[in-house]
Design a protein around this ligand. Sequence first.
Ligand code: GLA
Length: 376
Amino acid sequence: MFVNKPPMGFNTWNTFAENISDEMIRETADAMVEKGLLAAGYNYLVIDDCWSKRQRDPETDKIVPDEKKFPNGMKAVSDYVHSKGLKFGMYSCAGVRTCADYPGSFAHEYLDAATFAEYGCDFLKYDYCYKPKDADGALLYRKISMALRSCGRDILLSACNWGCDDVHKWIRSTGAGMYRSTGDISDSFVSFRDIFVSQLDNFVYSAPGCFNDIDMLTVGMRNRGNVAASGCTDEEYRTEFALWCMFSAPLMLGCDVRNIDDVTLKLVTNPRLIAVNQDEEGRPPFVAVYGHDNLANVYVKVLSNNRLAILFANLTDGDREMWLPLDSIGIPVNVGKGLRLTDVYTGEDAGAHKEYLMYHVPAHDTRMFTAEIADV
Ligand code: GLA
């Protein structure tokens, strides 16, 4: 499947881990529709690890769903998800076992792809645990990609090898639509900050066709669930979401969307932020100003229709004055041009500016604008 925009949706892992069930998935599907998440673009509902029995069926060798969690089987769940207008995602692993110790797809790629097609899957997250030592990782991703391409259904391959083996250099060639580039996120400022900064050199390895996935969002988790750590403030969650949007990262929600709070809902459905993430040109941002070991950078992303997005990201522990000379983005002082800004968070007109932009940005917070180049 060719994905021309970063995939958006919900994944069970961050909050639920093994606490997944038919009922919980149906309730999540209902919530995604009722709360306007589907309308905002979140159209994949993905069941992560822990959905199957611990062993394959001894006769058919197939992976089988855990009937305590999914008493009606996976096709019934998938049918329900589809009936809501959502797409249905599942999970397996390139190794012999999944990370949570359920059967992996190693040496069963074609059988499992056929099973996922039977279930009506549209998306497969494919992990990297328990890979036999001498197995070539790139070949394993090629194998599942070919298996999916011949299973009779259009299934997006979401690779998840955590950035091992220089994955950014070869994953696009396998046919994957997105690829995890880092270790697992947890619900804290330091976790998402370090994940984001680790990919500064790999911004360019993300484009329509195959997007760099810096993990499921923790936005709105409020320190509840499987990857709970210290939790984040509202400003920190907004920073996380802004970074993911600027980077064109897949936007997979990890909070319990059945109980999503108003602040989080407003943030993750902000149409201006989503438009930056989903911009059709799919360009990476560039760093216009480097500051404080990459913790106080200003990012600029070229958008369609001659617009720009600008993010002042203060990832340091102190408040800062952040400065962007327009010269540094390619608009010299003497050409009579400047920027007309819109505040992305509020939608308010933020004025026309020439020569430079300067903002006070509190610790762990951001200012974000879209801009048009204008005569000033
Ligand atoms: C790995 C992945 C996570 C999640 C778990 C499931 O750690 O990186 O995103 O899928 O496995 O066990």
